[in-house]
Design a protein around this ligand. Structure first.
Ligand code: FRU
Length: 916
């Protein structure tokens, strides 16, 4: 749009310019070189010229006044020539000195008009002025006539070298000669100026007084002579002048008032000079000699002449006024024309631009429509892409799930192959050949197990696992801890391992776990490819702008071949040397670094070593809220909670071996084969309950309060880790040991398991003996702990009707035990309190206890107090303290009850036990 306005302004300027009055568009330049300009005669000449020129507004008129100085006039003409004048009007001061310069103008083909005075060469195009020879002659004839043919005269000539003076004198003398009786009495050489003539007349006054008539070659000099004569007392001497210029104080008026005797009319010729110039310039016919008429003016005709001249003057002034008016009108007209032109141009432009605008708007509208259509298409394509993306994502997630599941599915049958094989190996009866076969099977199963592990490793670069969980980490501590784990290796391989920190930066936002993996990977590689005696350094520094931290792992090992260097970060690329187990090590590093919004680069020289640089952004503004630790777990939690709500109901409870003495184990695994296998190996020693899902397990823990939970991590409706968390975070169940039995053989899962207080973590495939040993350990140590710190009674099949106990009964007992345990130190705690705590009536409580324990509540409470006292006695507490802690009001009462129950006093019991 701004272009449009610039164009519009340009058009307007152009238009205004074209509307300017043509007068400014100069056609010709006329120069006028005046010999002297400050007398009335020449001023009149100039006025006439200007008046005439006003009819030619296209003419530029350049006027120069030489002030009666020949050299000055020559110089001025030279300068005029440089201005590219088209015509020169010149009134040469003196003929001889001015002739060469005027000739040179003529030779340059610049038309020359001489006026009033001439040059001596005659090289000019035209002459304008009166005939000075004729004027001289006329003056002579007039004098002869005035003197009646008898007398003598004095003359005052003009500047010596001026053609006017020379010619006038010649004409005069010719006329006097013809008459023969009038003589030239005195000649005073002057210079056309009144003052000079006055001074010279003063000098020659005596001679002048003797003359009958005095002729001055112009009126001005005549006035000077008259003044000198008057001063000498002579006021009647006849003095004649030349010019007879109208106007106050000039020749004509002085004749009328009798001061001047007569004057020869000498026309100024300004008008004629311009007319001739225009004719020459316009290539119209013109005359070379334009001789202006002359007459004698004396008392006889001066009055009339003055009247005429005044009339002419008036008319001239009138003409001037009209001319001025015309000029003003012209100006107004031109202004109006300019305005009109501007308006017309604006209108035209408005119409043109209006038209253009309509076209542009139309084309824009069409383009917009087209764009809108394209936009719609793009939007719909985008929509399709988004949908396709979702589909791809869903497919990829399904693939990923499938991949994970299949990988883990491989693990379970492998367990089922490897575990019975361990059992088989113990068989003494096997032949050598059988053992051989077995060894081969085992080798291949192990190989398969390794392949599955590798596959899972590769799959570890999975979307969900790759979610960054960054926290602010102390770099120094982080790197040093990492390096310390490589110390044994560096000592073993005799490779120096150093850490150089060049940065004052203390903290870096990273996912500590992932970054440890990335750096471990790089360090492992460095160790792998560095020979004993070599050197590995980890250098930490900031880049110049401080917006990135650079962590370099530099070694002087075998280096990387230049053919490999471009590909080493590609997935599964292994190059000349295998860099990691699955060929994913460096790709994994790259993945981790890019997750941190950083870059990893390598520079290496074969045989000289390698340098890997991790470039990680400083600060945390580059991280999204999701990438900061805490966000993911919450999201996952919500997702899982939602899934739990839609879970299928519990699996069928299978009847199982039951012994009241045997510990109860809840096995949580959805793999039926594995359940069966575990049943095979454990059912003879333990009471087993099975659950196939998180929800199932949850409810079974509530119901049966098992002695141990053995759980897989990957459950159909959640994670074994969540189950673990639930157990360990509940004060009711937190004593139940949990063994995680999972195919997930990753450090992170193990660490997570431990963090959530798993009591043990075994990976599938597991050794049967190992599993059994871990189960035994967990149960025994838990029992010991319980026995030591609680009052739970040993189960007694005969006394307690435990074989018939239902899960409900076990739950009742569990509650009862927990309540009693909590209040054992309260001596006033009794049946009433227990019934209230269990939300039962006293009678209900009594019946239930009697039925299950074959005992009253009070008796059971007493037994619990006394059982606990045994542990406390063995812990070294004195009798009174023990009595107080198990709720007896006095030591004596406690001792009596103890003796009654165990047949020995508390102190004898302690002594006896300590001796054992
Ligand atoms: C004016 C004038 C006139 C005279 C003429 C001669 O400068 O002196 O009075 O007639 O020049 O060139």
């Amino acid at each position: 749009m701004s272009k449009f306005y610039v164009f519009f302004a340009f058009m307007m300027l152009l238009c205004c310019h074209s509307c300017q009055p043509t007068g400014n568009n100069t056609q010709f330049t006329i120069a006028f070189s005046q010999c002297i300009g400050d007398d009335a005669w020449r001023e009149t000449m100039l006025d006439e010229m200007r008046r005439e020129l006003s009819f030619y507004p296209d003419i530029e008129f350049v006027y120069r006044d030489a002030g009666g100085d020949n050299q000055k006039q020559i110089q001025q003409i030279k300068e005029l020539l440089e201005q590219n004048i088209d015509l020169l009007i010149v009134s040469p001061n003196e003929a001889e000195p001015l002739t060469p310069i005027v000739d040179s103008v003529f030779h340059k083909n610049i038309p020359v008009i001489v006026t009033d005075r001439k040059t001596s060469s005659g090289l000019y195009n035209a002459y304008v002025g009166a005939d000075n020879l004729a004027i001289g002659k006329l003056a002579g004839q007039f004098i002869v006539h005035a003197l009646n043919g008898q007398g003598q005269i004095g003359i005052v000539t003009g500047l010596k070298g001026t053609s006017a003076s020379i010619e006038r004198k010649k004409g005069l003398l010719d006329a006097l000669d013809s008459a023969g009786t009038v003589h030239l009495g005195v000649e005073i050489q002057s210079d056309w100026e009144r003052n000079t003539a006055y001074a010279q007349a003063k000098q020659h006054i005596e001679q002048l007084l003797e003359q009958d008539i005095i002729l001055a070659f112009n009126d001005q000099m005549a006035f000077g002579v008259i003044q000198a004569l008057q001063e000498a007392g002579e006021s009647h001497k006849k003095v004649i002048g030349i010019d007879a210029l109208p106007g106050e104080g000039n020749g004509l008026s002085e004749i009328v008032n009798g001061t001047l005797f007569a004057s020869m009319l000498y026309p100024t010729g300004g008008t004629e000079a311009i007319r001739t110039a225009m004719a020459i310039l316009q290539r119209k016919p013109y005359k070379r000699d334009n001789i202006l008429g002359t007459i004698v003016i004396n008392q006889d005709n001066a009055g009339l002449m003055m009247l005429q001249s005044n009339k002419i003057q008036e008319q001239q002034e009138d003409i001037d006024k009209r001319q001025k008016l015309i000029v003003e009108q012209n100006k107004i007209y031109r202004d109006q024309q300019t305005t009109l032109n501007v308006l017309i141009t604006s209108l035209v432009l408005a119409v043109v631009f209006g038209g253009i605008s309509v076209i542009v708007i139309k084309s824009n509208w069409e383009k917009n429509k087209h764009l809108e259509k394209q936009n719609e298409e793009i939007l719909s394509q985008q929509q399709q892409i988004v949908e396709m993306n979702h589909q791809i994502q869903a497919a990829s997630e399904a693939k990923s799930r499938f991949f994970t599941n299949v990988s883990h599915e491989f693990k379970a049958p492998l367990t089922l192959i490897l575990a019975p094989m361990e059992e088989l190996e113990k068989e003494k009866k096997l032949s050598a050949e059988g053992l051989d076969h077995l060894a081969r099977i085992k080798r291949n199963a192990k190989k398969l197990q390794q392949l599955v592990t590798d596959l899972i490793d590769i799959h570890r670069i999975d979307k969900e696992q790759r979610q960054l969980q960054a926290t602010s980490v102390q770099i120094d501590i982080f790197v040093q801890q990492l390096l310390s784990s490589f110390k044994p290796l560096s000592q073993k391989k005799r490779i120096s391992l150093s850490y150089i920190s060049k940065t004052p930066l203390k903290e870096l936002w990273i996912d500590e776990y992932l970054m440890e993996q990335a750096l471990s990977n790089l360090l492992s590689n460095a160790f792998k490819f560095t020979a004993p005696g070599g050197k590995i350094s980890v250098i930490v520094e900031e880049n110049t702008f401080g917006d990135y931290l650079l962590i370099r792992v530099v070694d002087n090992g075998s280096g990387i071949a230049s053919t490999d260097i471009d590909y080493i970060f590609d997935n599964f690329y292994q190059g000349e040397q295998q860099l990691s187990g699955s060929g994913i090590g460096l790709a994994y590093v790259k993945e981790i670094v890019e997750l941190h919004h950083g870059q990893v680069t390598v520079s290496s020289k074969k045989g000289a070593g390698s340098s890997f640089t991790l470039r990680l952004p400083t600060g945390h503004s580059h991280l999204t809220a999701d990438e900061k630790a805490g966000s993911l777990n919450k999201a996952r939690q919500t997702e899982r909670e939602e899934r739990i709500l839609t879970i299928d109901t519990l699996t069928e409870e299978k009847p199982s071996f039951y012994s009241s003495k045997a510990p109860n184990i809840l096995i949580v695994d959805d793999h039926t084969d594995l359940q069966l296998f575990l049943k095979d190996i454990l059912e003879h020693e333990y009471n087993l309950t099975f659950a196939k899902s998180y929800a199932d397990a949850f409810s079974k823990i509530e119901k049966s309060y098992p002695d141990l939970v053995v759980s897989d991590i990957m459950l159909p409706d959640g994670s074994g880790l969540d189950l673990l968390k639930m157990v360990k975070n509940s004060p009711q169940y937190d004593k139940i040991p949990v063994l995680l039995l999972s195919a997930l053989d990753t450090e992170e899962t193990k660490i997570e398991g431990m963090r959530l207080m798993a009591d043990a973590y075994l990976t599938k495939p597991f050794g049967v003996d190992h599993l059994k040993a871990v189960i035994t350990n967990l149960i025994t140590s838990r029992r010991r702990l319980r026995d030591h710190y609680t009052s739970i009674l040993e189960p007694d099949d005969t006394a307690l009707n435990t074989t018939q106990r239902t899960a409900q009964d076990r739950r009742f007992m569990q509650n009862l035990d927990t309540i009693i345990e909590e209040h054992l130190g309260n001596k006033s705690f009794g049946v009433e309190d227990i019934a209230r705590a269990m939300n039962m009536s006293r009678v209900q409580l009594y019946r239930r206890t009697k039925n299950l324990l074959n005992n009253s509540v009070n008796e059971y409470l007493l037994q619990r107090r006394l059982t606990k006292s045994k542990h406390l006695l063995l812990d070294g507490l004195d009798i009174n303290e023990v009595a107080q802690q198990v709720g007896f009001s006095s030591g004596a009462y406690f001792a009596a009850a103890f003796k009654r129950q165990f047949g020995t006093t508390p102190s004898a019991f302690r002594k006896g036990k300590l001796k054992q």
